[in-house]
Write a protein that binds this ligand. Structure first.
Ligand code: FAD
Ligand code: NA7
Length: 531
């Protein structure tokens, strides 16, 4: 009798990655697949991040799957960007449309996954005490999913409401409340602009001032949607051969090759259009790689802050002076929000937070900021954060946390040596792009690999240590051709105290990445060993 708890593949995560992996492995390869998510609903990021203002900063027309051609023609959108409820509704629809629900088990965290070398299976344990085995393990556990709550003295003593944006509960009310927000990244800036009009008072605890450009959200016409639908084949072809996969052509013009007046005009146009990736990559070709070009972009944004923010002292605190080299932010009226009388800005670099008290937050200047609600918009233990939260062991009991002691690595962002038949979606050193197209690329490649392993009657596949070291070197070399490693952000693990600062992305773009995957496949999966 077949063991009910054995599966051909087990998938972790019910976000864009895990749902597509389930669909492909089950419906295309005919495998028996089970998907687990610790969340109470599907959606991954878009299940957890329900904070007010949660919005994708990838434009609607390309923040979706490209593989369901009919759905692309049917699914409607009426704004330039999608809000969290809209993205969640889309993913719910995909799950129903492709009958994925029967193979998804929610409210179930996988706590342990050990590779059994004698049986060539993964042995999996959940937090409900269930045990499963599977030939393949696909981890689509999210790269911005394990929340980061800084260990600030007294953090458990706060008597008011305490929320992290990445674990947002239903029905949070702001009326009449004094709200504090720690963090001014992509999430913080969204939550700040949305909560400011709702709260009695909003206190923003800013560690680093940010470069933020307008997002440019607003309605789109039915004619625009119709033209996108008509052009979808062209759109996906261009996007999958581009760098950042945001649905526009990256500029090929160096910033210093044009006159100052022309440069200003290009930046003004991008400011009026909106979009962080557009501002960084559609204006000029070298903002992320050349210091002078970067300085020009910085100066432009600094000029805007000076124009927008009325109080000079607040403007000074809001003005960044470091490189413009984090994941680019965009937002509706971020700087203008500080002109509101009910919003105050606390510079916690000048006066660090010393303590969270029962009544609020205390800073080093001795001031206690009284609060009814404190929101952590402090981001994530990115990329490998969820891997360190699972007891994950490969050959000879090797723990992933030991394997990755010197920094998380992979071969091609999808596999790692000594961990046979483990496939990661958005694992370390995968592409840094609009993510659904990179997720699709990886899931499709993984599916073909699984198909070929089975077709050849092999039991296991894993990359060699040499191939992984090579890929790590490649990712390092590419990263250091850019300015990104010189800015402290989650992209390099710099946001988590004690986390090793390392390169976590392949920064050469989706087009180059897809070519590399195709080449590896053409060469009979160069860099992989089969058993
Ligand atoms: P996720 O959606 O993160 O799903 C991972 C799932 O794995 C989670 O549901 C988690 O509960 C589950 N999981 C983890 N560990 C376990 C375990 N041990 N057992 C069971 N389940 C587990 N990307 C863009 O390209 N453009 C954007 O505009 C954009 N905006 C974003 C805004 C926010 C606020 C955030 C947080 C992220 C944003 N992202 C954006 C990144 C976004 O995460 C990806 O686009 C995409 O949704 C990732 O899908 P995923 O399936 O890889 O992972
Ligand atoms: P980010 O971009 O990591 O931002 C987190 C913010 O929290 C950032 O401003 C941090 O300051 C701040 N932070 C973190 N720890 C502290 C402490 N201890 N004290 C004060 N401030 C702190 O996370 P997001 O959720 O905004 O965005 C992550 C990605 O999700 C984003 O790029 C999109 O892809 C979606 P810092 O600026 O580092 O000084």
């Amino acid at each position: 009798m077949q063991d009910q708890n054995h599966h051909d593949a087990i998938v972790l995560g019910a976000g864009f990655g895990g749902l597509y992996a389930l669909k492909k492995l089950r419906d295309e390869l005919g495998l028996k697949v089970r998907l687990f998510d610790k969340a109470s609903g599907i959606g991954g990021t878009w299940h957890w991040n329900r904070y007010p203002g949660a919005l994708s900063d990838t434009e609607s027309f390309v923040y979706c799957y490209s593989w369901d051609k009919e759905l692309l023609q049917e699914w409607d959108f009426s704004t330039r960007y999608l809000t969290q409820p809209q993205i969640l509704a889309y993913l719910e629809h995909v799950v129903d449309r492709h009958q994925l629900r029967p193979d998804i088990q929610l409210d179930t965290a996988v706590t342990q996954a050990h590779f059994d070398e004698a049986a060539n299976v993964w042995r999996i344990v959940t937090d409900r005490g269930e045990r499963f085995t599977a030939q393949f393990l696909v981890t689509a556990v999210g790269l911005l999913s394990a929340t980061n709550i800084p260990d600030i003295k007294g953090r458990d003593t706060f008597r008011g409401e305490l929320h992290h944006t990445g674990q947002w509960p239903a029905d949070v009310q702001f009326d009449g409340k004094r709200v504090g927000v720690i963090g001014t990244g992509s999430t913080g800036t969204q939550v700040i602009t949305s909560v400011a009009p709702l709260a009695r008072h909003l206190t923003v605890f800013q560690r680093s001032p940010q470069y933020s450009v307008p997002v440019g959200d607003g309605p789109v016409t039915p004619e625009y949607v119709a033209s996108v639908r008509r052009d979808y084949d062209k759109i996906w072809t261009q996007l999958k051969d581009s760098v950042v996969a945001f649905g526009f052509e990256e500029s090929t013009v160096p910033a210093m090759s044009v006159s100052p007046a022309q440069r200003q005009a290009v930046f003004e146009k991008a400011w009026a259009t909106g979009g962080g990736f557009r501002f960084m990559f559609e204006t000029f070709s070298d903002i992320a790689t050349d210091e002078q070009a970067n300085l020009a972009a910085q100066d432009f944004i600094r000029g805007k802050i000076a124009q927008i923010v009325k109080d000079p002292e607040t403007a000074r605190k809001l003005t960044p002076h470091d490189l413009y080299a984090k994941r680019p932010l965009c937002n509706n009226d971020y700087y203008a929000v500080y002109n509101r009388p009910n919003v105050s800005l606390v510079d916690v670099k000048a006066h660090p937070i010393t303590e969270i008290t029962p009544d609020g937050v205390k800073t080093a200047d001795g001031i206690e900021h009284p609060l009814d609600m404190l929101i952590y918009a402090t981001g994530f233990d990115a990329v490998d954060g969820n891997y360190s939260r699972i007891d994950l062991r490969g050959r000879q009991g090797l723990a992933m946390k030991d394997h990755w002691k010197a920094g998380a690595t992979s071969y091609l962002g999808v596999s790692t040596a000594q961990f046979p038949n483990l496939f990661m979606v958005l694992g370390p050193n995968g592409p840094f792009t609009n993510l659904p197209p990179s997720i699709e690329t990886q899931v499709e490649w993984i599916t073909e690999m699984v198909r070929d392993v089975n077709a050849q009657g092999k039991h296991t596949v894993e990359p060699t240590a040499a191939a992984e070291a090579d890929w790590t070197r490649t990712c390092n070399d590419i990263a250091h051709m850019t300015l990104f490693p010189r800015a402290e952000s989650w992209i390099f693990g710099a946001n988590i105290p004690g986390k090793r600062n390392a390169v976590y992305f392949y920064l050469a773009g989706i087009g180059a990445y897809r070519q590399k995957l195709a080449e590896v496949q053409r060469q009979g999966y160069a860099g992989f060993e089969f058993d």
